[in-house]
Structure formats: structure tokens, C-alpha cells
Design a protein around this ligand. Structure first.
Ligand code: 5GP
Length: 199
């Protein structure tokens, strides 16, 4: 079945289940490709080049900036992070969809970039952005505390960040509340199916 190639941008505060939802989509939809960012930071632990990130030297990253190769990039804690234009163009040209996971600041840059494109550009034609919401701040706190991976100070920082990010949820075309993982996943699939013309 031929479907419309989508360029799907997903953001969510930490603890909203965004990575889980994206992993579920990637498992089920063989025509959705995950956008792998470039970074100049060192690989951590088991991270693999070309799988978790495309690891680049600072020199190479700056060359790519000069070549206008990124749709957006940022400097986070002294390291560059960015999304290359070419892989997205290639995936869409093959008739597949690209999904990218990015914070609200990065998403705003992507949105601005996409707006600047001609209306005939596949990235603009297929563009959709989705914000994953927690059911409430109380529930988000419970989830972050329940993970048991972060100190109380880190949790407070994540919650403060989440409030700031949620204030920008209105910039997104669609919002999906992760009250229950199965329900949220179903809503996400329904949305993608409708937008790509699968039904
Ligand atoms: P980490 O080093 O922990 O993998 O990521 C650090 C930060 O960089 C995270 O907030 C992550 O969202 C952000 N990041 C990862 N990839 C990109 C990207 O392609 N563009 C931008 N702007 N930020 C990114």
C-alpha cells in the first residue's frame, strides 16, 4: 500500500514515555525510520556510532555547519548536536517516513526551517509535530520518582523543565496524553495512519 511519507517530530518532557512510544512505533511500522543525530560528545557505555549517534569530531561538525548540512543544531554543555538534512530527504524520497525525537527548543528550530522551505518540498508536505503530555504534573512526579534512577535534585530539575516545556505544547500540531501506554500508543498510531493515508 502506498502511503504519504511523513516527517514526524516528537517532543515530550522527560518521564512521559516518549522513547517507549517511539520504540513501539518503530517495531510495528517498518516504513518509519528513526533520525539519528550527530554529536561531538564522546560515546558513553554501549553506545555505537551510527546507531545511537553519528559521532563526529568538532572540526568535522563545524565543516558540516559551514556546508549547511544540518536542518538544526545546538551546542549543549559544550558539545554540538544536530540533525542532518540529507538522510531525511533520502528516506522521504524512498517513500518512507522519518521520525525524530527532539526537545522543544530543537523542535522550534526544525519548525522554522520547515516553514522556510517551498510548499513543494517533501519535508514540508509530510511535516507533522506531536507533543507527548503527562496526564498531570503529580503523575509525572510519581513516574520520575518511581524510576528510581535520579536523585531528588535531578527530579526537581526535570519537573521544572517539564513545566517550561509544557507551556510550549501549544506550538505543536498534535498532543497525545500518555495516561496509559496502550491508549497513548493507539492514539499515536491512529494519528499517523490518518495522516499517512493508511486508512
Ligand atoms: P545526550 O548527550 O544525553 O545524549 O543528549 C544531550 C542533549 O542533547 C539532550 O537534551 C538531547 O535531547 C539533545 N540532542 C540530541 N540530539 C540532538 C539534535 O539532533 N539536536 C538538538 N538540538 N539536540 C539534540
Amino acid at each position: 500500500m502506498s502511503t504519504k511519507p511523513l516527517f514526524i517530530v516528537v517532543s515530550a518532557p522527560s518521564g512521559c514515555g516518549k522513547s517507549t512510544l517511539i520504540d513501539m512505533l518503530l517495531q510495528e511500522y517498518s516504513d518509519i525510520v528513526y533520525s539519528i543525530s550527530c554529536t561531538t560528545r564522546e560515546p558513553r557505555g554501549e553506545e555505537e556510532d551510527g546507531l545511537d549517534y553519528h559521532f563526529k569530531t568538532k572540526e568535522r561538525f563545524e565543516e558540516l555547519i559551514a556546508e549547511n548540512a544540518f536542518i538544526e543544531y545546538a551546542n549543549v554543555h559544550g558539545n554540538y548536536y544536530g540533525t542532518l538534512k540529507a538522510p531525511i530527504e533520502e528516506v522521504l524520497a524512498e517513500g518512507n517516513s522519518m521520525i525524530m525525537d527532539i526537545d522543544v527548543q530543537g523542535a522550534a528550530k526544525v519548525r522554522e526551517y520547515v516553514r522556510s522551505l517551498p510548499n513543494t518540498d517533501p519535508m514540508k508536505i509530510g511535516y507533522v509535530d506531536i507533543f507527548i503530555m503527562p496526564p498531570s504534573m503529580e503523575e509525572l512526579r510519581r513516574r520520575l520518582e518511581g524510576r528510581g534512577t535520579d536523585s531528588q535534585a535531578v527530579i526537581e530539575k526535570r519537573l521544572a523543565n517539564a513545566e517550561g516545556e509544557m507551556e510550549r505544547a501549544g506550538e505543536y500540531m498534535y498532543k497525545v496524553t500518555n495516561d496509559d501506554l496502550g491508549h497513548a500508543y493507539k492514539r499515536l498510531c491512529d494519528l499517523i495512519d490518518a495522516l499517512s493515508g493508511r486508512m
